[in-house]
Design a protein around this ligand. Structure first.
Ligand code: 5GP
Ligand code: MN
Ligand code: MN
Length: 482
């Protein structure tokens, strides 16, 4: 770490927010001291590269920051709208990846029995093929409708409240339900993407994607907000993490080629050949932007259908009295235009998520008074959190982290964590075991809690910096990994 000078650090103990002068510009880091000091040098090298993209207005890291391709996961990067660049690297490869939470009418006691948890996991697995090659449950829709219209393009039978205006929680409790874009760009998508996209809709995908059954613990000071969100202590919720599957992958491949061509022809680039960018108003930039929106539509429908499958599975186990309503769905890999203090900005979030404060006009109507739920999962063996934004988050364009973040790579985790360590992190053999769908823990040891940063230190940083407050802690009971 020889190439940057830290400034504006008045008190190492109390300052959670640090502005760093890198040779190419300023980087803003939100992290408590412990997390800040543990950051790898490479995350600062990457920031320095990202700051070399022309016209950048603001670059920041959330405390979960870790090395990604071209750009770190945990990045917020902002341009003024009229001189914007778009970077597929600062969106991330899984376009539209996001988190969704549903609230059930079950209480923790009703899922204390491990046999019942296993039964539920098996039922979910049946309706939610884990194998990325297998066909999802939902073949009777037109993919074209879905990528063009998002949730509005789904057959009505997959929308539990059938869009009736008074009850349409599927549409009002999401960060977005539909992106409009120039549909002519869809003609550029290869045949294979249409096939795979159709087959994979309603599937989790592998790796860090998951569906998790959790129980809520609501701290005293968050009671009022929790009540407004309709949450009770001990209530069972379902947290879902998935993205745009092969459709988003195909968008990256296609538009990535055009962006690379633009970079070559204009002689632009940084020390990192994997950091891709182009002016938003260039042909390559427009191709990426429009097709990215189609992938955001795909991703929100994918999570909606995963939730649909889980609802059906839970009804098989608990009967028709089972209910599950949407709390919120929000993305963490995307770029779009936002207004801040009356100015238009083009904001990228890569592994970062929005947390709007109470009263902010961009909150959907049901959350106008409280701020919308923002979701920070930890890992399959630790707590996850429901957060609400705070006014001070304005300084960071209302971005917070979207997870605890990796502390070690998949290969290092496989090397360092034994199946026994993993099992004890899940409480295997105790009455509080987190039930996992996978037959062998070895197969997913790279997803062990030991692969991730300490989520409580992450929350401490977010709360300490005044970006967001905790509304509920979510304790894992069962997890389905893709
Ligand atoms: P990403 O979107 O960057 O792939 O990861 C999202 C975050 O989800 C990770 O940073 C990690 O904190 C969290 N996470 C990964 N796997 C699980 C899981 O199985 N359960 C929970 N609750 N969180 C997870
Ligand atoms: Mn993803
Ligand atoms: Mn993700």
């Amino acid at each position: 770490m020889t190439f940057f000078i830290m400034n504006d650090i008045k008190d190492w103990e109390d300052e959670y927010y640090r502005r760093m002068r890198l040779p190419a510009g300023d980087l803003h880091v939100y992290a408590n001291r412990e997390l800040f000091e543990a950051m790898e040098t490479q995350v600062f090298t990457m920031a320095n590269n990202n700051l070399q993209i022309p016209g950048g207005h603001y670059l920041s890291y959330t405390p979960d920051v870790h090395v990604g391709v071209g750009t770190c996961i945990g990045t917020t990067a902002v341009w003024r709208a009229e001189e914007a660049y778009v970077s597929p690297s600062i969106v991330g490869s899984d376009i539209g990846c996001g988190m969704r939470v549903h609230v059930t009418n079950l209480q923790r006691e009703e899922l204390q029995d491990l046999k019942l948890r296993r039964k539920l996991v098996r039922a979910v697995e049946k309706l939610l093929p884990a194998d990325s090659q297998s066909r999802g449950q939902f073949a009777d829709f037109r993919l074209e409708e879905v990528v063009r219209k998002g949730l509005h393009g789904l057959p009505r039978k997959y929308v539990p409240d059938a869009y009736t205006p008074k009850k349409a929680t599927s549409l009002s409790h999401v960060e977005h339900s539909r992106f409009r874009f120039d549909e002519e760009y869809l003609e550029r998508m290869p045949e294979a993407a249409w096939h795979r996209g159709h087959r994979q809709l309603g599937t989790l995908g592998s790796g860090n994607h998951f569906a998790e059954i959790q129980a809520l613990e609501i701290p005293e000071e968050a009671r009022a907000t929790a009540e407004q969100w309709g949450l009770k202590d001990g209530q069972i919720i379902v947290m879902i993490h998935s993205g745009s599957r092969a459709w988003g992958g195909a968008v990256n491949e296609l538009a990535g080629r055009e962006v690379a061509k633009w970079m070559r022809s204009s002689g632009m680039g940084t020390a990192d050949p994997k950091l891709a960018f182009a002016p938003l108003d260039s042909e390559a930039g427009q191709l990426y932007l429009h097709l990215m929106y189609s992938a955001l539509n795909y991703a929100v429908v994918n999570r909606h259908l995963i939730a649909y499958a889980i609802r059906e599975a839970a009804k098989d186990v608990f009967g028709s009295r089972f209910e599950m309503r949407t709390l919120y769905d929000l993305m963490h890999n995307y770029a779009w235009e936002e207004e801040h203090e009356g100015e238009a900005y083009f904001v990228h979030r890569k592994g970062a998520t929005r947390a709007l404060p109470p009263g902010h006009p961009d909150n959907p109507e049901p959350y106008r008074a409280t701020g919308h739920p923002a979701l920070i999962p930890g890992s399959m063996g630790t707590a996850s959190y429901l957060m609400a934004g705070l006014p001070q988050g304005r300084a960071n364009y209302h971005s917070i982290c979207h997870g605890a973040g990796r502390v070690r790579s998949r290969s290092a985790t496989k090397r360092l964590v034994s199946a026994g360590d993993f099992a004890s992190a899940l409480g295997v053999g105790t009455p509080d075991e987190v039930v996992v769908n996978q037959r062998s823990l070895e197969a997913i040891v790279d997803e062990a809690p030991q692969a991730y940063k300490d989520v409580d230190a992450i929350i401490d940083s977010v709360v300490g910096a005044g970006l967001a407050g905790v509304v509920a802690k979510c304790v894992p009971l069962a997890v389905i990994k893709g």
